[in-house]
Structure formats: structure tokens, C-alpha cells
Design a protein around this ligand. Structure first.
Ligand SMILES: NC(=O)c1ccc[n+]([C@@H]2O[C@H](COP(=O)([O-])OP(=O)(O)OC[C@H]3O[C@@H](n4cnc5c(N)ncnc54)[C@H](OP(=O)(O)O)[C@@H]3O)[C@@H](O)[C@H]2O)c1
Length: 251
């Protein structure tokens, strides 16, 4: 079980944070890893680390808010690895602002990366998976903002609820090709995205008090779930959104 030798995973935003955490788990299970990220230095560091775990790894520079770059990244990945078996649409940004101060530029930027980027990534990966045959896995990174009221984050929350709707739709549409689509719902996780939140003492305290695990999550907490969702062990799991949050969403 959970042997991913010969399997190839794409991770958008796989050069840091939760994405790199998932990539480490996949690498340790034998998968080849294609990192799609914008930052060349972060891409190179992630590839070096994954190779040190024994994985075949390569980075492809890609801004997921640009359709042509996603199309190119699929081509480059398939040319290099020969296939894509699982695709983690994980790249995301937040522009935390009071809604009354949120500009159309802010709104569009967040939607372009977090929602349209996920849609195009899955569309292009699915084209490859359908043409190749043999099934595949599509996994989106949502957020507790999809289910809890998160102030100053109306654009972010809308995108994170949106990706759950996308995976439900794809689960129904692509089941006939043995392609499963699921989302993960991280709780509060220690990454670059939450540096400011963790430095805000009141919020930091609330997160730790309200999380039954009494701590922030770490990228390493995502290794096992990534392996499960990429592997054939999850073939009967589709259209779901799985919290991995130390119990935060119980409340
Ligand atoms: N941390 C949390 O508490 C938390 C909770 C719930 C959900 N999430 C979600 O988890 C995902 C990963 O976030 P994280 O917490 O790991 O934060 P992070 O460390 O800031 O990672 C974000 C990743 O997204 C990539 N990215 C951003 N914009 C991109 C673009 N236009 N094109 C390609 N890549 C792009 C970044 O790569 P580059 O630097 O190369 O751009 C980076 O690898 C996001 O979708 C986030 O919304 C995080």
C-alpha cells in the first residue's frame, strides 16, 4: 500500500509551505515530483531537498494566474516525466483587508490565483489524464475560510469555497475516467502565509486555545494525507473536502 514508485505528482506552490510538505511525503513514497512555482530560488531549493530524499524531482517555472504558463508547464512536465498521475492545485495567496477597502484589483488578483488558477490547472491536467487513460487524482487546497466566517478575507474565502465546488463537479464528471477529485481543508498552519498572523499575539493565542491539538499545524502534517490522496488506496474517495486542522473545525 501507498507505494508511489513510477507515479508522478505535480504540485503548484510546491516550493514551500504546505505544498513542499506534501511533496516530501510523496517523495518518500517513491513518486517523481514536478514543482510548479514562480520563484526560481525557492524552486531550486525544493528540488535539491526532494532529490536528497531520493526522489526524481524537477521544477517548472509557472505563474498559475497565467493560462499559457499552465499549458506550457503541463507540456514540459509530460516531456520530462512522461506522465502526470496526481495534480495538487495548492498555490494560493490572500490579501487580508476590510471588505470595504478591497479594490477590484485585489479581488481579481486573489480570484485569478486561487480559483481560476485551480480551474485551469485541473482542466489541463485532466486533458492529459483522459488522453493517457488509467485514471488520475486532482487535489485542491481549500481553507477553513470556506466554512468559517473569516473577517477581512471575503475574496480568499470565496475562492476556497469555490475550489470545493470545483472538485465536487469534477468528481461527478470525471469518475468515468477513474479520475478522483478531492480537496483538503488545512486549519492554521505555520508557513510564510501566516507569519503575520502568528506574530499577532491575540490571534496566536486564540488559534492555540481553539485547536484541540493545542498547536499550529506544520507542513509535515500533510505528508500522509497527500500520499493517501495520490495513491490507489483512495480510489473510492472522491468529491470530498477533508479537514486537517488539529480539530479546529469541530467547533
Ligand atoms: N498556512 C495556512 O494556515 C493555510 C490554511 C488554509 C489554507 N492554506 C492554503 O494552503 C496553500 C499553500 O499555502 P501556504 O500556507 O503553504 O503558504 P506559502 O508558504 O505562502 O505558499 C504559497 C505557495 O503558493 C505559490 N504561489 C503563490 N502565487 C502563485 C502563483 N501566481 N503561481 C504559482 N505559484 C504561486 C508560492 O510560490 P512562489 O513563492 O514561487 O510564488 C508558494 O509556494 C494556499 O492555497 C493557502 O491558501 C494555508
Amino acid at each position: 500500500m501507498f507505494d508511489l514508485k513510477g507515479h508522478v505528482s505535480v504540485l503548484t506552490g510546491g516550493n514551500g509551505g504546505i505544498g513542499l510538505g506534501m511533496a516530501r511525503g510523496l517523495a518518500k513514497s517513491g513518486a517523481g515530483i514536478a514543482i510548479w512555482g514562480r520563484n526560481i530560488d525557492k524552486n531550486a531549493r525544493a528540488v535539491a531537498e526532494l532529490k536528497s530524499l531520493g526522489a526524481e524531482a524537477m521544477a517548472f517555472q509557472c505563474d498559475v494566474s497565467k493560462e499559457d504558463q499552465i499549458v506550457k508547464a503541463v507540456k514540459e512536465t509530460v516531456t520530462y516525466f512522461g506522465r502526470i498521475d496526481s495534480c495538487f492545485a495548492n498555490a494560493g495567496i490572500g490579501i487580508a483587508k476590510p471588505t470595504v477597502e478591497t479594490t477590484m484589483e485585489d479581488w481579481t488578483r486573489v480570484l485569478d490565483v486561487n480559483l481560476t488558477g485551480v480551474f485551469i490547472t485541473f482542466r489541463e491536467a485532466a486533458k492529459h489524464m483522459i488522453a493517457r487513460g488509467g485514471g488520475g487524482k486532482l487535489i485542491a487546497t481549500s481553507s477553513i475560510g470556506s466554512m468559517h466566517g473569516m473577517p477581512r478575507n471575503s475574496s480568499y474565502s470565496a475562492t476556497k469555497a469555490g475550489v470545493i465546488a470545483i472538485v465536487r463537479s469534477l468528481a461527478v464528471e470525471l469518475g468515468r475516467y477513474n479520475i478522483q477529485a478531492n480537496a483538503i481543508i488545512p486549519g492554521w498552519i505555520e508557513t510564510d502565509m501566516t507569519v503575520e498572523a502568528r506574530a499577532f499575539e491575540k490571534l496566536n493565542k486564540t488559534v492555540i486555545q481553539r485547536t484541540p491539538a493545542h498547536r499550529w499545524g506544520k507542513p509535515g502534517d500533510f505528508e500522509g494525507l497527500a500520499v493517501y490522496l495520490a495513491s490507489r488506496e483512495s480510489d473510492f474517495q472522491t468529491g470530498t473536502a477533508i479537514p486537517i486542522d488539529g480539530g479546529y473545525t469541530i467547533f
